[in-house]
Design a protein around this ligand. Structure first.
Ligand code: KG4
Ligand code: ZN
Length: 339
């Protein structure tokens, strides 16, 4: 089955063609970074207008690169939540039009589930596993039982992990997009230059939750207070120490969940899963707990339509089509295990 995927939830305009849920025939990702760089953040109005301008071109290129013709498309998968409403509407409306024109069904998919599926495009990781979703909008630890059956263990109680990277990068003019800018600066910095505080959410309901607002406040407002003797307050050192603390906050919860539930497999997904230090710390988990660790390749960590087409295949195969009246939603779905 050939599925065309469409992803426009934020600032990546992407269309992909995937065969049988795993074989990527094309995955065109047009990033709007340049459009938003002057504002050091995504401007929703600019994002949706740019998607409107680009979507047809990106679709044509994805189809051409796939080596397929439009009559060979069996179904369409499109991100319909969560994300920026105006941006999601562009992708969904395009998917609906294409579905009518080609006479094939379409299905709206959840962006978070698509990130947790991304790894399957390269590695058939058996379910269940501990899913660690770390992106710009979301942070979530979950028992992933199938492509659409997820039980949430923990989330962030304030900022998302990637959001913290973006805010620190903006504050210190480190570059845009923030996460990858910090990643490269940190490689040249001393992670021990600062000792930033970490949240102590270890009891009851918050055992697997993370929090990033305290770290953000410490870095933005009280930087000097945490500088260790013998180190300088350079951007490289700030980036390295921030990155180390941000990843440690996450790893404490990940390791706790692996031990508590005796997970045999851990899968990461989302933009922050592209982070060099995070990847190296995740790989250490295997030695520490015995759990096997899997990541998507870098291109499949950040937003892309291949993961959308991949997960979409499973819905379409089971005839779980979306109704013509499907609308977008900016909000995160209520997954099981969550109030
Ligand atoms: O998954 P994604 O592309 O979009 C959302 O669904 O949010 O994730 C984007 C986030 C941004 O916050 C970006 O700064 C972060 O992922 N990111 C990184 C890296 N690459 C992207 N954070 C840390 N290190 C990276 N190498
Ligand atoms: Zn994403």
């Amino acid at each position: 089955m050939i599925v065309l995927g469409i992803e426009t939830s934020c600032d990546e305009c992407s269309v992909a063609v995937v065969e049988d849920g795993t074989k990527i025939l094309s995955n065109v990702i047009a990033t709007q970074s340049d459009q938003h760089a002057a504002y050091s953040g995504v401007v929703p109005e600019i994002a949706s207008r740019t998607h409107t301008e680009w979507i047809m071109g990106v679709y044509r290129e994805a189809l051409e690169r796939s080596g397929k013709t439009r009559v060979e498309i069996d179904g369409i998968a499109v991100t319909c939540r969560p994300g920026l409403s105006g941006s999601l509407v562009v992708g969904l409306s395009f998917a609906k039009g294409l579905s009518l024109a080609l006479g094939v069904p379409f299905v709206g998919v959840d962006h978070i589930l698509a990130h947790l599926y991304a790894v399957q495009l390269e590695n058939a990781v058996p379910y269940p596993f501990l899913g660690v979703l770390v992106s710009g909008g979301h942070t979530m630890l979950a028992v992933v039982k199938s492509y659409d059956d997820v039980e949430v263990l923990g989330t962030t109680i304030d900022d998302a992990c990637g959001e913290a990277f973006d805010k620190i990068a903006k504050q210190f003019d480190m570059g845009y997009p923030g996460g990858s800018a910090i990643d490269s600066l940190a490689r040249r910095g001393a992670a021990d230059a600062y000792s930033f505080p970490k949240p102590s959410l270890h009891k009851g309901d918050h055992r697997y939750d993370v929090s990033y607002s305290g770290l953000k406040t410490a870095v933005v407002h009280h930087l000097e207070k945490y500088l260790n003797a013998g180190f300088e307050a350079t951007r490289e050192n700030i980036a390295a120490a921030f990155e180390k603390t941000a990843v440690e906050i996450l790893m404490t919860r990940v390791e706790r969940a692996v031990r508590d539930f005796r997970f045999e497999r851990v899968v990461a997904g989302g933009g922050v899963a592209a982070n060099t230090y995070f990847r190296s710390r995740m790989l250490e988990l295997t030695g520490r707990t015995g759990a096997a660790v899997f990541f998507p390749s870098l291109k499949l960590c950040t937003d892309n339509a291949a993961m959308v087409a991949g997960i979409g295949y499973h819905y379409l195969r089971e005839q779980k089509h979306s109704p013509d009246t499907l609308d977008v939603s900016a909000r995160v779905a209520v997954f099981r295990g969550r109030e």
